[in-house]
Ligand binder design. Sequence first.
Ligand SMILES: Cc1cc2nc3c(=O)[nH]c(=O)nc-3n(C[C@H](O)[C@H](O)[C@H](O)COP(=O)(O)O)c2cc1C
Length: 211
Amino acid sequence: VVASARATLRFAAVVSAVLGIVVAVTAAALAPRIARNVELERKRHVLAAIGEDVPRALLASRYQEIVRDDIVVLAGTPYPVHRVVDDHDRTRAYCVPIEGAGLWGPIRGYLALDADATRVLGVTFHEHRETPGLGAQIEDRSWTGRWVGKSIVDERGGLAQLRVVRGARPDDPHAVDAISGATITSRAVESLVQRGLERYRPFLEERWRRR
Ligand SMILES: Cc1cc2nc3c(=O)[nH]c(=O)nc-3n(C[C@H](O)[C@H](O)[C@H](O)COP(=O)(O)O)c2cc1C
């Protein structure tokens, strides 16, 4: 009986060791592909923020063609700016990452601005854990589309406060209609967009002066 128990344990040990190795090797082998897919998703959202819906097979080449990944140093800290250029290498948009806490987890996305850095070209959210049907509507174009055309410059020429409120009219330059039933997510997005704009404020103000 002792010998057979020992054999069973040895068998179990060998099986777990072999399976452990299989899982580790598979995970290691897939890691580069996963990283590549995450990077492709990121590119898809940068392009979506400027209104380009690019098929997966063309994502990498389209991104390389029109997006320049720059770094700007603001108050001593480097931040990414994805600059979108036209055929003559003239800037036609700036796309900056935005992030903050949502109801159930972090929300990460992109905010795209026109060449003057005064108007919103679009927003996208590529990472969030909000509830499907409620907060998760932040990824639907029917909601992100409400941001298009909003002005980030107020009447006095300073950085505007963009509000996400119930019943905001589409032609309100600084307010976006909130998601009904998802007030918490709507507030979270309002504050993460505002913090993103604040972070890039010196960069934006420089663009406004050049107008
Ligand atoms: C299981 C569950 C998931 C929820 N998920 C979200 C969510 O993702 N985003 C959100 O803002 N509210 C969510 N809520 C609702 C909030 O708790 C709250 O009721 C809601 O934000 C009120 O919105 P309203 O004032 O627009 O009706 C969820 C509620 C429950 C019970």
